[in-house]
Design a protein around this ligand. Structure first.
Ligand code: ZN
Ligand code: ZN
Length: 274
């Protein structure tokens, strides 16, 4: 059987509720499910506080995906087995979420100044329950009004780093992210190394990490092999996941389309206390 360590719910930019995600995981027989929303643990907390954790039938790994500061590259670090009530973690998440809302308004202003017929309310409608408002929501709203043909297209032409409507936001440093994950009792994993776009940078980050996301849908076989050897070289845990965002995903279509072995997944799981 198998596991998927990297998924998003509608508490960040995914389209499923945590319940739907867990139900889907059970239905297809996943043994391990990592829930790794961007900059929020609200999805995991929702499961905890509604008596849906432990998952009964699927081993849920509480996680979070944090972006770290870098002038030109996107560095995402996933924390696994974090204490979602840890004060230092929650403090950092608050600060990040606040910065996200600020940036959201700034981006909408830029888009309006460029004659895109989009209002904050349009994006909020798309974002629904999400507390972690982000560019993916804006991109979806732009696709909805026909301004771009896909989310990827909106990122490539308008919202991505270096594009006309790109606005930087507060991001913690790599060391701060790792430190806060450790303070919350978790493991820090460098996510989708290929998407960092700079293998030298990736290797320079390896000694700081607990693990590397070797298995990822966008990795070609030779890239997977490269990251596998890198993980071995730095004695890192080997992680992997689909980065499932729900139906209209830019990654995989269905949960279960991209999984890793139980052998790897179980290293990230700690059974919850009775
Ligand atoms: Zn990511
Ligand atoms: Zn992700």
């Amino acid at each position: 059987m198998a596991g998927d360590l990297h998924t998003h719910t509608h508490f960040s930019d995914g389209s499923c509720s945590p319940e739907e995600l867990v139900a889907a995981a059970k239905k297809i027989g996943l043994h391990y499910l990592g829930i790794t929303d961007h900059d929020t643990v609200d999805g995991v907390r929702h499961l905890y506080e509604n008596g849906l954790y432990p998952g009964r039938g699927v081993n849920i790994i509480p996680g979070v995906e944090l972006s770290a500061n870098h002038p030109t590259r996107d560095i995402h670090i996933v924390g696994y087995n974090i204490d979602i009530y840890n004060e230092a973690l929650l403090e950092m998440l608050d600060k990040i979420i606040e910065a996200r809302w600020e940036r959201f308004s700034q981006i909408i202003n830029i888009l309006q100044s460029k004659q895109y017929n989009i209002r904050e309310a349009d994006v909020l409608k798309v974002a629904g329950t999400s507390s972690s408002i982000g560019r993916a929501h804006i991109a979806r709203a732009l696709v909805k009004i026909g301004a771009f043909k896909s989310v990827r297209d909106a990122f490539d032409k308008m919202l991505g780093k270096g594009c006309p409507a790109y606005v930087p936001r507060y991001l913690p440093e790599v060391d701060e992210v790792i430190d806060v994950i450790h303070q919350a009792g978790g493991l820090a994993i460098l996510a989708h190394p290929k998407l960092v776009g700079d293998d030298e940078l990736v290797e320079s980050l390896c000694p700081k990490m607990d693990g590397l996301e070797v298995y990822y849908p966008f990795h070609k076989p030779e890239e997977t092999q490269h990251y596998f050897f890198l993980a071995r070289k730095y004695n890192l845990l080997i992680a992997g996941g689909s980065d499932f965002h729900g139906a209209a995903s830019r990654f995989v279509k269905e949960l279960g389309d991209f999984t890793i072995s139980d052998e790897l997944a179980k290293k990230f799981f700690v059974a919850p206390a009775e």
